[in-house]
Structures are given as structure tokens and as C-alpha cells.
Design a protein around this ligand. Structure first.
Ligand code: 3H9
Length: 707
């Protein structure tokens, strides 16, 4: 039986059902219909004794088709109910074997759990990642998984969403066999064996032996809820998933499924799910760059080199090594190089201690990083990254040196966070090879890389940089070459307003607490202390010439710098720090702020939490909209991806642009205009904001128009 998406074929008495819905075999309604038809046909066919369900292409089934959720949310379709189909599968008189390679995620795993048996390749992964989309498993996952692995483990898997490797899934009883060699052949042999054995084939829904009781699960579930509240702060779906799984031990299977469906529906229609689904697609859309052909061949990086062994350079070196790319690391200061290598060693040692990697892997990766005093071997590098501190003259000097040594096809990248790529490119004879690769600290951890396109940057260099970001396990987002690029440019007004607020009467700890309650990973003053007050000071020195007379500027940070309160590194900044590096409010800073405000004639008043959010987040949004209008970001979703992956913006708010749409552009504009009346020029509303409001549109619709 043939169709484009699902095919049933007879392999020596075993009916093989292949799902072929690229790229990830998502379970669309169409796929489900066809699957059902193939199953019925296979069950009826006397020439077939058993069935194997397998994915074509690179994976098994990565879940329900998330696009269809968007249609459900838009009211264009009803949500499919998979339960009857999955129950029919379980009731099939012939054994069904799910043969898994790549990923069996979400609905993919739920489908596999309704098969009688599951086999997989050793590199496959399985999981219920739905909470990452703000929903819970909706096709029996919260009821079948606990029947295979127990309530507590299932609750953990459904709440946290992390996939399991095949070996762990086998240990836990999700998989019945790991197939070495050809998966299909192994699965067919397995299916034949089961058909020969006859007897009853196990129905997951009828297995109750691992469920335990409400009492036996209670304390572990309470601990899990505690962990979830901390690690998934302000999120609803992970806790809802625990509730749904817990019910498996309390309710009969069908009732548990009805309960699951009720919770699923509540989650799907939440702001959280809409924001997280937006974030999912926005992250994937960043790779779609007009003018860059997807199929254009991109030379793969075999060797890399880095200049500058400070925190950034050392972190970037680790990124290359973690991806298996040999990297040379140099620094003009031998002691800096030594410190950089020590940091790298410590980082890897910590990873081994925490059990993240084995000692062998750590050794291997460290072996890929070669410290050296000079540019020896740089002529073989496919990419050279400059990662010295923010000083234009120094960077130009380094690029001139790259120009002399690099081979023709080499990408010349700067890790600058604020300086002009065009200016830097003036230092070389081949500006088309120059690009910005703005990593975020700590570079080996943070997922974001802003790929900065200069005026002369070649399309192939952009394509290579985007491909490299992916290979390093990062999210590369293309941005234009403006001051601060996208992320930092939006940080400036955010930081500026935070400082104004303390001058006007708030405290750093009040501002930070309001921002973390809003969901930011860290408060802005704690971030400044972590990054270093001197780092921001240095950037200000580079751009003093841009300051406009008569325009208000923050007054305290420069004084902290002068007092050598450089943040965490000196134990004092906006806060004081003890051994544990936790920020402690400092009366000395309060006095400094009050004294500064007094001298500048800034009246102090009680600042409301609401004002803190509006002044900081709305200022950031206003700048983001301006960036969009000026074309320095391709889409509002790109800005969101930057903020979710590099700036600790809460994912359940979808990013600053998505959040702006949920607040309402008109509301934001009204408040911005009020602040403009109170604070002047710095609060001019972005022109695009006003245009969108006039046209009754949103920032999302701005993106849709560009698709
Ligand atoms: C669910 O199952 C609910 C159930 O409980 C049932 C309820 C009733 N749908 O990530 P990539 C697209 S919820 C639609 O770059 P990778 C993606 O947009 C679902 N599209 O590949 C992209 O498209 P494009 C639970 C999907 O190799 C392309 O595939 N499952 C889906 O780096 C490639 O994606 C999940 O949450 C989908 N489900 O990683 C798993 N998945 O090329 C979500 C992917 O046009 N997916 N696409 O930009 C993933 O985690 C990764 O895609 C995966 C592959 C690990 C599978």
C-alpha cells in the first residue's frame, strides 16, 4: 500500500510501515490518518504476521506537527484526539514493533509506547520534550510512560523534557532491545521472533506493576516539584506535567488519559505555550537568510586559530575543541596565555567532576587546544578569531597581521561586542572575508552567537559562519553592523534606565529583584558586576565622542570604576561579594548614589515596581523596534532568539518583541510617550512602533509579511 507519506510493504511476512514526512517525520493529521490505514491493512493481510513501524530519512518521529498547534490556536482546526487510534494499535492482534533511530520525541515516543515492543539503534534518543513548548504530552505519554518506567522517573522526564539516550532508555525498560547493525533488518528479525512466540503481546496501558501508590510516590514527587519550581521558574507546564503523571497511579488508564487531555488543552491555550512555540520556530527561522542559498556549499572548518586568551578567547577555544576542531590559541602577553590555559583546564576538570564528560573526553578536548606564543600555523587555519579587549586600534593591528598570514579562503572574525566591523575590515586587503562573531560569556556555555555582517562581508563568509555556529552547537543569528549590534544595542537603554531609576530613588537590589521576578535570569546590576564595571567603562571610552551635550547620562558607574569597584572580580561593584559570590546590598553604594543624585539635583522618590519594568523593558523594546526598522535584524523573531539565548530573557515571554505584542503595542507606545514627556528625547517612540499601531498590526505580522 503506497502513499507519499506513509507506506506499507511486506518484507518476508513482516509488514513494514515507513513514515516519510521530511524533515523529521512529524505526526501531522494526514500522517496519522495514513498510519491508521496502513495498520488496519497490515492487520487484515493474512500474508503479514507482524508489523514494524519505522521512520524514513534521518529520524523516527520527532513528535506531533507543531505547525498544527498554531492552527488550533488560530481556531482553524480542532485538535486531533490520538487516544482511540493508539488504543487500537495496542489491541492489534499482530505484534507491532517500533524501530527507532534518530529521535522518538513527544508524540513519536507516545506512538512507540502504544506499539507492543520498541527497538532502537544505540545512538537514538527518546523523550517527552513537550513542556519546552509550554504543553504536556497529549497522546497518553503521561499515562504510558509511568507504566514503563515508574511514576517518579516519568514525571521527571515529562516535566524537565530532557531526552534519554538509547542505553538509558533500555535500562529503564522503555526499549526492549538495542539493535547493532541494520535497524530495519534487526527490527524485522525481532518482530518475526515475537510473532513465532505467539501468546499475548504486551499492552503498555495494562501494565500496572511499576506505578506504585500515591503514598509511595508522594515524597519523591514533592522533591521533584521543588526542583521544577527552581529550575523552571514561573513556568506552568512542567508542574502540570507532574500532576498529569501523578494521576497515572490514582486513576484508571482511560480516566488518566482524559485528565491528561484536559490539562493539555489548558496548557496549549496559555500565553506560555504560545510564547514557547513562537521561540521554537523563531530559533529555526534565523537560518533562513534571504539571498543565501541553503544549498550553497560551505567549506567546513578543519582548523581554527584565536588571538586573545582572556575569558572570551579561552571560552571560544573550548567551543572549537568541544566540536572536535583543533585550535591554536595565542596572546601577546605570555602570562595571559598561561592564565587562559589554566582557566580552560579548570573548566574541563569541573565538567569531569560534575560527570558531564569523561576524563578521556576532557583530555582529548584539551589536546585539541594548542597554546603558542606566535602566529605559527595560522596559515593553515580556515578561520581566525580575534578576541582581545574592545580597542579599535589594537583590533585593526591584529587584523593587519591576520591579513599577512591567513590563507585565501580563511574567514577573519572579530569577537567584538560593540566596535564597527567595517572599521576593522579597513585593516585588511580582503574585507569580504571579515565578519563579526559575537560570542557571549561564558562562551563555552552560552548558546548565542551574533554573526555580524559588515558592508563588504561576502555571502559565503556569512553562510560559513552560520554553519560554524551550528557545528559549535550554537544559535547563530545574523545581525547588521550598528553600534552594539542587536543585543547590546538594546541593552544600553535597558541599563541606562536602570541606572536612572537608582538615581531617582530605587536601589540596585530593588531593580534587580523586579527584573528577576519578571523572569530575567539575572538582574542588570548583578550582570554588570559579573561582566565587569571596567568592561562597560572601556566601551564608554571608545564612544565618548557620540555623547550628546544636554542629554542625560548615568552618573554612578564611572565613579564605581574610579573607586576600583569593578564588580565580582574585585569583590565590590554595585554590590559587595563574599566567598560565595552572592551579591550583597552595600550601604556604601546607597550613599554614593544618594550623594550623586543630590549633587546633580535629581529629586529622589519612591519608585514602583511597575515603573521599573516599563522604564527598563519598554526602553529595550523601543530600541529593538528601531533596530528592526533600520534593518539591522532580519525579523522580530531574530531579536527574540538573541534575547532568549544570550541575555536571559524569560522564554515563557517569548522574547522582547513577542512580549511587546502580548502587552499590546498601543499600551507600550502610550507609556513611552508619557516617559518622553517626563524624561525627554531619550524616550522618542520608534517610528515603526507608531506605523504598526496606525495599521493595526503587530510585530509578529511584520515578520509574517517578510516570509
Ligand atoms: C508533541 O509531540 C505533542 C504530543 O504529545 C501530541 C499531542 C496531541 N513539528 O530542529 P531542527 C522542523 S509536541 C513540526 O533544525 P535538528 C523544524 O521547524 C512535539 N516541525 O533539526 C525545522 O524546520 P525548517 C514534541 C518540526 O536536526 C526542521 O524540522 N517534539 C518539528 O537540529 C528541522 O528542525 C518536539 O518538541 C515538529 N515536531 O533537530 C521535538 N520538529 O527546516 C521538536 C522539528 O523548516 N524538534 N521540526 O526550519 C526537535 O527537538 C528537533 O527538531 C530535533 C531535530 C531534535 C527533532
Amino acid at each position: 500500500m503506497m502513499s507519499e507519506l506513509v507506506e506499507l510493504s511486506n518484507h518476508d511476512g513482516v509488514g513494514v510501515i515507513t513514515v516519510e514526512n521530511p524533515p523529521v517525520n512529524a505526526l501531522s493529521s494526514m500522517v496519522l490518518n495514513l498510519l491508521e490505514r496502513c495498520l488496519l491493512a497490515g492487520e487484515k493481510d493474512p500474508a503479514i504476521q507482524a508489523l514494524v513501524l519505522i521512520g524514513g530519512g534521518r529520524t523516527f518521529i520527532a513528535g506531533a506537527d507543531i505547525n498544527e498547534f498554531l492552527e488550533v490556536l488560530a481556531g482553524r482546526r480542532a485538535l486531533a484526539d490520538l487516544h482511540p487510534f493508539l488504543a487500537r494499535m495496542e489491541d492489534c492482534s499482530k505484534p507491532i514493533v517500533a524501530a527507532i533511530h534518530g529521535s522518538a520525541l513527544g508524540g513519536g515516543l507516545e506512538l512507540a509506547m502504544a506499539a507492543h515492543y520498541r527497538v532502537a539503534t544505540s545512538d537514538a534518543q527518546v523523550g517527552q520534550p513537550e513542556t519546552r513548548l509550554g504543553i504536556i504530552p497529549g497522546a497518553g505519554g503521561t499515562q504510558r510512560l509511568p507504566r514503563l518506567v515508574g511514576v517518579v522517573k516519568a514525571a521527571e522526564m515529562c516535566a524537565l523534557g530532557s531526552p534519554l539516550k538509547a542505553s538509558a532508555a533500555f535500562e529503564l525498560g522503555i526499549l526492549d532491545e538495542i539493535i547493532t547493525g541494520d535497524l530495519l533488518a534487526g527490527a524485522i528479525a525481532f518482530a518475526k521472533k515475537k510473532a513465532r512466540q505467539g501468546a499475548q503481546h504486551p499492552k503498555t496501558r495494562e501494565r500496572n506493576d511499576k506505578l506504585g501508590s500515591a503514598e509511595s510516590n508522594a515524597s519523591a514527587l514533592a522533591a521533584l516539584r521543588g526542583e521544577v519550581r527552581k529550575s523552571r521558574k514561573n513556568l506552568n507546564a512542567p508542574l502540570a506535567a507532574v500532576d498529569a503523571v501523578e494521576a497515572a497511579a490514582l486513576l484508571p488508564f482511560d480516566e488518566g488519559c482524559r485528565n491528561e487531555r484536559k490539562i493539555f488543552d489548558q496548557c496549549l491555550f496559555s500565553l506560555e505555550a504560545r510564547a514557547l512555540i513562537h521561540a521554537f520556530f523563531a530559533e529555526r527561522a534565523v537560518t533562513k537568510i534571504p539571498g543565501l542559498q541553503k544549498a550553497a556549499p560551505v567549506a567546513s572548518v578543519q582548523q581554527a586559530a584565536i588571538v586573545g586568551a582572556g575569558t572570551m578567547g579561552a571560552g571560544i577555544a573550548m567551543c572549537f575543541a568541544n566540536a572536535g576542531i583543533p585550535v591554536r590559541l595565542t596572546d601577546q602577553d605570555p602570562s595571559a596565555l598561561e592564565r587562559g590555559m589554566k582557566n580552560i583546564r579548570q573548566n574541563y576538570d569541573n565538567s569531569v567532576k560534575r560527570g558531564r564528560i569523561s576524563a578521556e573526553v576532557s583530555e582529548h578536548r584539551q589536546g585539541l587546544i594548542r597554546p603558542q606564543p606566535d602566529h605559527d600555523g595560522f596559515e593553515n587555519a580556515d578561520i581566525i578569531v580575534e578576541a582581545v579587549f574592545e580597542n579599535l586600534a589594537l583590533k585593526k593591528q591584529i587584523f593587519a597581521a591576520f591579513d599577512a598570514v591567513a590563507k585565501a579562503g580563511c574567514v577573519l572574525a572579530s569577537n567584538t561586542s560593540t566596535l564597527s566591523i567595517d572599521e576593522i575590515a579597513l585593516a585588511v586587503s580582503r574585507p569580504a572575508r571579515v565578519v563579526g562573531l559575537h560570542f557571549f560569556s561564558p562562551a563555552n556555555v552560552m548558546r548565542l552567537v551574533e554573526v555580524v555582517r559588515g558592508q563588504a562581508t561576502g555571502s559565503d563568509v556569512i553562510a560559513s559562519s552560520m554553519a560554524l555556529a551550528k557545528r559549535l552547537g550554537k544559535v547563530g543569528v545574523l545581525v547588521g553592523n550598528c553600534f552594539g549590534f542587536v543585543g547590546n544595542r538594546m541593552m544600553f537603554p535597558y541599563m541606562r534606565e536602570a541606572q536612572f531609576l537608582v538615581e531617582e530613588g530605587a536601589t540596585p537590589e530593588q531593580v534587580d529583584a523586579v527584573l528577576t521576578d519578571f523572569g530575567m535570569a539575572m538582574g542588570i546590576f548583578a550582570v554588570d558586576d559579573m561582566a565587569g564595571i571596567d568592561v562597560a567603562w572601556r566601551v564608554r571610552q571608545e564612544f565618548r565622542h557620540l555623547e550628546q551635550p544636554g542629554v542625560r547620562k548615568p552618573l554612578v558607574a564611572d565613579q564605581l570604576y574610579a573607586m576600583n569597584r569593578l564588580g565580582q572580580k574585585t569583590g565590590k561593584g554595585w554590590y559587595r561579594y563574599g566567598e560565595d559570590r552572592k551579591p550583597v546590598p552595600d550601604p556604601e553604594v546607597h550613599s554614593l548614589i544618594e550623594e550623586t543624585a543630590r549633587k546633580a539635583g535629581i529629586p529622589r522618590r519612591r519608585i514602583s515596581n511597575e515603573e521599573i519594568i516599563e522604564r527598563t523593558i519598554f526602553a529595550m523594546i523601543n530600541e529593538g523596534v528601531r533596530i528592526l526598522d533600520e534593518g539591522y535584524a532580519l525579523r522580530a523573531g531574530d531579536i527574540d532568539t538573541i534575547y532568549l539565548n544570550g541575555y536571559g530573557f524569560p522564554n515563557y515571554r517569548g522574547g522582547p518583541m513577542w512580549y511587546a505584542d502580548t502587552v499590546g503595542l498601543r499600551t507600550i507606545s502610550t507609556r513611552i510617550k508619557e516617559y518622553q514627556r517626563a524624561h525627554g528625547k531619550l524616550w522618542e517612540p520608534a517610528a515603526l512602533l507608531e506605523r504598526l499601531i496606525a495599521e493595526g498590526r503587530t510585530l509578529s505580522s511584520w515578520d509574517e509579511q517578510k516570509q
